[in-house]
Design a protein around this ligand. Structure first.
Ligand SMILES: Nc1nc2c(ncn2[C@@H]2O[C@H](COP(=O)(O)OP(=O)(O)O)[C@@H](O)[C@H]2O)c(=O)[nH]1
Ligand SMILES: [Mg+2]
Length: 334
């Protein structure tokens, strides 16, 4: 998807420029008059396969506002364009950002994200056990360790159980993290063993269950996972790694929602520049965004999700290394 802004003295001229440059398939996202100059502005989107040249252009010459014409919706539109979010979702977010009273792009985008998405961090205690589910390598085990460390540092008691017993090293990996944090971890494959393991930690403030990577296309694996979640009475939370194709991410999120997930944790955000898949998945499967994982480190790699942190991440997507929601939150801004 490409989002482009066209300005002209009259709306008809701007529309003609849209058709001339983007062709008949261009989707008009919005039309408006510039408050200062009275010029007509049209934001249009076109779906196109990105050629290699266009891709390189994108990296070398990221779209920027022209000097003296910096405009909130341009900034927000350019940033959303860079994320690779689906055009329709980007268009809605631009409209919401414009409808907000905020003059600052980060605040306007945060308001739009707040309106469009739910944010529901996991916290350091929960009545129900929380099971992290998601594709292999999503960062489930590392995220469990991050959540456990955060709760332990807050003085909460934590119970860790892994059902990832079949894969070589699955149990040992969680065990090593648990040892580093100074808590215990149990392994239980399913059914009675799992209920017994949960029983042993039932008084803990936070009970976290690690699971084997799920293949969203393998029905038998999904059925087994559903049985584990049912036996544990656990809330499944999706661990969604950055860098997926937005449609694949959406499909994974929808499968997670069928398994009972209502929220997702975005992981490995530091490893890619484009975060459109996260937006597409949360939107497409109606999942609340719970946490943002942006580093492999256990003690400093997870932040509770909030509109402002996500807005900054989207606006800074051309320089992923700058993104650190906790460091930025420390500057006193919301
Ligand atoms: N850079 C980065 N790496 C991460 C993050 N979360 C997990 N990883 C790495 O991703 C890999 C897979 O993580 P793991 O927890 O084993 O995935 P699982 O298969 O879902 O349990 C490991 O090498 C982790 O260190 C993150 O937020 N940022
Ligand atoms: Mg794992």
């Amino acid at each position: 998807m490409r989002l482009r802004t066209f300005s002209a003295l009259r709306l008809a001229e701007a529309m003609a420029a849209v058709r001339a440059e983007l062709g008949p398939d261009a989707v008009i996202i919005s039309t408006e008059a510039d408050e200062r100059t009275g010029e007509a502005r049209v934001i249009a989107a076109v779906e196109e396969a990105e050629t290699e040249d266009a891709f390189l252009d994108h990296i070398l010459f990221p779209p920027r506002d022209r000097p003296g014409r910096a405009h909130l919706s341009d900034t927000v539109a350019n940033a959303l364009d860079r994320t690779g979010a689906p055009a329709r979702l980007a268009g809605r977010l631009i409209a919401l950002a414009r409808a907000s009273e905020a003059a600052d792009p980060a605040l306007a985008l945060a308001a739009a994200l707040d309106e469009r998405f739910a944010f529901a961090p996991l916290g350091v205690a929960s009545d129900r056990p929380i099971a992290l589910i998601g594709p292999p390598g999503a960062g489930k085990t590392v995220t469990i360790a991050k959540l456990a460390a955060r709760a332990a540092l807050a003085g909460r008691s934590v119970g860790l159980i892994t059902t990832d017993t079949a894969r070589a090293g699955g149990v040992e990996q969680l065990g090593a993290f648990a040892q580093a944090i100074g808590i215990g971890a149990a392994a239980a494959e399913e059914g009675p063993a799992l209920t017994a393991a949960l029983d042993l930690v039932r008084a803990r403030d936070l009970r976290l269950i690690d699971t084997t990577g799920m293949n969203p296309l393998a029905e038998d694996e999904l059925r087994r996972l559903a049985e584990i979640l049912h036996a544990a009475g656990a809330e499944p939370v999706l661990a969604l790694p950055a860098g997926l194709d937005p449609l694949d991410a959406c499909e994974i999120a929808r499968v997670a929602a069928v398994l009972g997930a209502r929220r997702l944790i975005a992981t490995r955000l530091d490893t890619v520049r484009r975060h459109g898949a996260l937006l597409a998945a949360a939107d497409g499967a109606d999942l609340a965004v719970a946490e943002l994982g942006f580093a492999p480190e256990i003690l400093d790699g997870l932040a509770p999700a909030a509109p402002m942190g996500l807005a900054r991440m989207v606006l800074q997507s051309h320089s992923a290394s700058e993104f650190h929601p906790q460091a930025r939150a420390a500057d006193g801004s919301p």
